[in-house]
Design a protein around this ligand. Structure first.
Ligand code: HEC
Ligand code: HEC
Length: 112
């Protein structure tokens, strides 16, 4: 029982830090677009990756709301082909829907 204490303390600390980190990230990011703005549900995306921030940070993006996304440039096909930016997951046969056929069907671009 005595040997368990340091372990329990470490778990408590780790989960505490995780909760703190999750709190500092915004719920969602609005990506402005002439096609209609895209709402990126940040919290939902992190939740689906089981809170593993490393899936995206800093591999795909820094933890910044102002750094370039590298997605809109050249439209989405190049990113999907190279599996960079949002295209790392959002590509044909990937874990998430691809851009083709999903522009404005309320999955991504919403006008007004
Ligand atoms: C599915 C990918 C993904 C995951 C997982 C993810 N993020 Fe992010 N995060 C983003 C994107 C995209 C941006 C915006 C990047 C840009 O504008 O260049 C961002 C921006 C941020 C920002 C800056 C914006 C703000 O709201 O202040 C912080 C802080 C952040 N993320 C923290 C986290 C933390 C902590 C986790 C894990 C709990 C996490 N992120 C998981 C994709 C992700
Ligand atoms: C780590 C993988 C991953 C990355 C990177 C990622 N997504 Fe997603 N995204 C998903 C998954 C998984 C879903 C839910 C499955 C589906 O709907 O196909 C999803 C769903 C969405 C949805 C539907 C609303 C929701 O969240 O449920 C939108 C909009 C979206 N993503 C936009 C983006 C944008 C924009 C980016 C880049 C800034 C991005 N995603 C990057 C995995 C990812």
């Amino acid at each position: 029982m005595k040997n368990l204490l340091p372990l329990l303390l470490m778990i408590a600390l780790a989960t505490g830090l995780l909760a703190l980190a999750a709190d500092t990230a915004s719920e969602k990011l609005i990506l402005k677009s002439k096609m209609g703005n895209v709402t990126f549900l940040h919290a939902k995306h992190a939740e689906r990756e089981k809170g593993d921030c490393k899936v995206c940070h800093d591999k795909l993006w820094p933890q910044s709301a102002t750094a370039p996304l590298g997605w809109a440039a050249g439209m989405h096909k190049p990113a999907e082909a190279k599996k960079t930016s949002c295209g790392a997951c959002h590509h044909p046969k990937g874990p998430a829907f691809s851009s083709v056929g999903n522009c404005t069907n309320s999955k991504c671009h919403v006008k007004g």
